[in-house]
Design a protein around this ligand. Structure first.
Ligand SMILES: Nc1ncnc2c1ncn2[C@@H]1O[C@H](COP(=O)(O)OP(=O)(O)OP(=O)(O)O)[C@@H](O)[C@H]1O
Ligand SMILES: [Mg+2]
Length: 387
């Protein structure tokens, strides 16, 4: 057998395909049983170049898979790079319902039944729920920036926009499509390396949302279980403002989550932020820290204009620390910065689009601090007393 005999080429193409990841699930397509066939005819390619013409049969999870073209490109590139291959064709098909069911159950760790992975005892994912008292203080901007900054540092990150009434995360992260549905499993779109879903994506368009507490709870529960996240290092939830039902549901459904409180320096904002943070006592969550946003505006002469007053972040951190009996650090003070707003509007958060701008520098520091923390102990049964 020569080095370029068809069997060898097929084997080597299959080997090369183990390095092609499904763009949504982020696992090798060979592992997901998406490669139906690899055939090679030994001979000249159409253009007369010597080498084999390879056809790769790929079964998509669903027919309308939005990442189809990415997959075809990646498969073609991987197969073309194999020695002795002159041309590659990708023959797309679709999984059968049985194949899909097998895939779902494999992705869920063989249990078949949807569970909330982050609520399981062995989960290693840090879950941070970003909360505030007042609206408009910058929760979503903080969430989006922390997410992309952590992803840029190599972490596997997911974001849930849990603000069912006024979701803004998809725009801030530049996500313009719905998750792909594989039967009742949802594959989140990925933006700037971050998996993103918004609970608002499931509200029929144009309909006012009048969900009451129990319905919201059920919706969130199902949503958490139905989304396929894979292994995440960090999951961030962008909560609606205030101490509403969603904040309590998040605490109950994700007992291992910790709250990150966002406030402005203003006294009125700080007071309600304390209340939002104190929801954590009802749900036995911890408060990981406080971020003060819109702290000052740097004037052309370098001086700081304290547009919204001073001291809100310090105050919330001190009060929550007393209330919870733990250290609740002020993790950062983010100045007013045009680039923060522009990044959010453009769909590329400032931590990526202008990483050295004053706002981005603080956001990236906070991201590093949170990423470096040990996972919270809230909701865990401890066999030992933590030092
Ligand atoms: N540090 C900052 N400098 C400049 N603009 C900012 C800053 N932080 C947030 N913004 C802008 O302020 C507005 C409100 O921010 P954002 O949407 O993040 O707040 P929110 O707390 O999520 O609001 P909501 O309560 O409506 O969900 C946005 O237009 C955002 O771009
Ligand atoms: Mg918001």
């Amino acid at each position: 057998m020569t080095a370029t005999s068809p069997t060898t080429i097929e084997t080597r193409v299959r080997e090369a395909l183990t390095r092609v990841l499904d763009p949504e699930i982020r696992r090798p397509i060979t592992e997901l049983d998406m490669v139906r066939s690899v055939t090679a005819d030994d001979g000249a390619a159409d253009d007369g170049a010597p080498g084999a013409h390879v056809t790769v049969g790929v079964d998509l999870t669903v027919a309308g898979c939005p990442m189809k073209s990415t997959l075809v490109r990646d498969v073609t590139a991987a197969a073309s790079a194999v020695d002795g291959v002159a041309a590659v064709d990708v023959d797309l098909g679709v999984m059968t319902p049985d194949q899909r069911a097998a895939l779902r159950s494999r992705l869920r760790g063989g249990t078949g039944d949807p569970v909330i992975p982050f609520a399981q005892p062995g989960s290693l994912t840090k879950v941070y729920a970003v909360a505030s008292g007042k609206g408009g203080v910058g929760k979503s901007s903080v969430t989006a920036n922390l997410a992309v900054a952590m992803a840029a540092d190599g972490l596997r990150v997911g974001v849930i926009d849990a603000d069912i009434y006024g979701f803004s995360i998809p725009r801030m992260l530049g996500v313009d499509r719905q998750p792909t549905r594989v039967d009742n499993m949802l594959l989140p779109p990925i933006a700037h390396g971050v998996k993103v879903v918004s609970i608002g994506m499931f509200v029929p368009e144009g309909q006012p949302v009048v969900w009451r507490g129990p319905m919201l709870h059920r919706a969130l529960e199902q949503f958490l279980a139905d989304v396929y996240w894979g292994d995440l290092d960090v999951l961030l939830l962008d909560l609606p403002p205030g101490t509403g039902d969603i904040a309590i549901s998040v605490g109950q459904l994700l007992p291992r989550s910790e709250v990150l409180v966002v406030t402005t320096p203003q006294a009125a904002a700080a007071e309600v932020a304390e209340r939002a943070g104190s929801v954590a006592t009802q749900t036995s969550q911890g408060v990981v820290g406080v971020v003060e946003n819109m702290s000052w505006l740097t004037q052309p002469d370098g001086s700081r204009l304290h547009l919204f007053g001073e001291g809100g972040g310090e105050r919330v951190s001190a009060r929550l620390g007393e209330l919870l009996g733990t250290d609740v650090p002020l993790l950062g003070q983010i100045p007013l910065d045009v680039a923060v707003r522009e990044g959010g509007d453009a769909g590329t958060p400032v931590a990526l689009s202008d990483p050295d701008s004053p706002g981005a520098v603080v956001l990236r520091e906070v991201a590093r601090e949170l990423a470096a923390r040990k996972r919270g102990l809230a909701g865990m049964q401890l066999g030992v007393t933590p030092a």
